[in-house]
Design a protein. Structure first.
Length: 54
């Protein structure tokens, strides 16, 4: 019984999967933030160009 418990306690495959999931989530947040920021700047630039052409 104690061998099974020690084996379970030392098994880190679940922790590794959680770490990869957290890293992927963080990368996703960074990408979404960057795309939103760039999109806003591009939109504002097009508005400026459109107003200049009027």
């Amino acid at each position: 019984m104690s061998n099974r418990f020690l084996s379970f306690w030392r098994n880190e495959s679940g922790a590794t999967a959680i770490e990869y999931g957290l890293i992927a989530g963080l990368i996703g947040v960074v990408v979404i933030t960057a795309v939103t920021s760039v999109g806003t700047k591009v939109s504002n630039q097009f508005k400026t160009i459109g107003n200049a052409l009027k």
